[in-house]
Design a protein around this ligand. Structure first.
Ligand SMILES: *[C@@H]1O[C@H](CO)[C@@H](O)[C@H](O)[C@H]1NC(C)=O
Length: 374
């Protein structure tokens, strides 16, 4: 009897899911992205800077003289924006082997072409540090070109999914994340659904060239940002929707706590000149994501259903593309939430970089940057 009830229940769930999956593109009803109180739906008025023949500008950086932005794109290049008249030019790359790297979006070639995710300039030297998902931590000189690898393993374990970094120029160290020891970038959704907890947060000492693991067991270690006074460093844990704070100095040095909990899946985090932080959410956390992450039976069911990866991504992100950016104070309070609730212009954003009264907005999936005037 119980078995029959379970079977009935499971078939009902499967049928419901199948219907939800096959119907409208405009949102999946109860699975739709949740509302955030006080958020402002202002991103539909953002401008866009198209990437010609490229896609997925995950991270954004300006060089020490304020030129750029520079972005890392899906085909493995780092591009530089030189304004309306000159457009985009190639700046750097992480793989010397680029004959096959001609399509804007080809995840199956990422391990050959490279996938530059996190970008940061060293302000003194003008060198560009790159966290490449497949090739570890690299550095390109101020003139760009082929980046050279700095480190590809820590404490005997090779990086599998290097993701983001920040530089402490005074201490001469680089903080960076290796998202998972098991899943690679193109398997990011599987890493989240399986609640993979093999992510690491690592410190690279530039003079000794030694990499030390500071935190391990992280559930999708992602964006990294040092505080303005360098007393702590933030590490995004995407799957748990949390930002962790590791104290570097003061009475709590060496300990960690939760800096912020967010209403969605955070990607990169960037500090503005006031010392506040902008966090880009890949998507808000709706019912489908909640059920998948808390109910094992639901996740197992979902992974067994004949759903294509793009469909699964769509369900997980609420069926309706959207964009959400959260500004946090230096102590982790939410100061502002800016959105494109219906994805009219921006979708699946990965980073928000504030510069001179503008927000430059990246995305792992879109073929353009967003620019929003504050
Ligand atoms: C960017 O590309 C889109 C789609 O191809 C086009 O409609 C739009 O006009 C372009 N925008 C700019 C600013 O070039």
């Amino acid at each position: 009897m119980t078995t029959m009830l379970v079977t009935l229940f499971v078939s009902a769930v499967v049928t419901t899911l199948a219907i939800l999956v096959s119907t409208s593109q405009t949102g999946y009803g109860i699975f739709a992205p949740p509302k955030i109180a006080g958020s402002r739906d202002v991103f539909p008025s953002a401008k866009v800077v198209n990437l010609t023949g490229a896609s997925g500008p995950e991270s954004i950086a300006f060089d020490p003289s304020g030129e750029g932005p520079y972005v890392g794109v899906s085909d493995g290049r780092v591009l530089k924006w030189r304004g309306e008249s000159l457009g985009w030019t190639d700046f750097a790359y992480t793989s010397a082997n680029r004959e096959m790297c001609v399509r804007p979006f080809a995840p199956e070639l990422e391990h050959v072409c490279g996938r530059p995710l996190g970008l940061r300039f060293d302000k003194k030297s003008g060198d560009l540090y790159i966290a490449d998902a497949y090739f570890g931590l690299l550095v390109a000189g101020p003139a760009g070109g082929l980046a050279k690898p700095l480190v590809t393993e820590a404490e005997g374990q090779t990086f599998r999914f290097t993701n983001d970094l920040d530089i402490d120029e005074q201490d001469d160290v680089i903080y960076f994340t290796d998202t998972s020891a098991i899943f690679q970038r193109r398997q990011f959704l599987a890493a989240v659904l399986n609640v993979d907890k093999t992510g690491r947060f690592i410190k690279y000492d530039r003079s000794s060239k030694k990499a030390t693991v500071l935190l391990q067991g992280l559930a999708f270690a992602n964006g990294v940002a040092l505080s303005k006074d360098r007393s702590f460093v933030l590490v995004v844990e995407t799957t748990t929707c949390k930002i962790l704070r590791l104290w570097l100095s003061g009475p709590n040095a060496g300990t960690q706590d939760v800096f912020a909990e967010l209403p969605g899946f955070p990607d990169n985090i960037r500090r503005n000149s006031k010392g506040e932080f902008w966090v880009a959410l890949h998507s808000k956390k709706g019912l489908f994501a909640k059920l998948s992450l808390t109910q094992t039976w639901f996740k197992d069911l979902v992974l067994r259903l004949p759903i294509s990866p793009p469909r699964l991504h769509s369900l997980f992100t609420g069926g309706r593309p959207h964009a959400t950016a959260v500004k946090l104070s230096e102590s982790g309070e939410v100061l502002e939430v800016l959105e494109d609730k219906e994805g009219k212009r921006l979708r699946f954003i990965s980073e928000v970089e504030e510069k001179d009264g503008k927000l430059w907005i990246g995305s792992v999936l879109m073929p353009f940057l967003g620019v929003y005037d504050l």
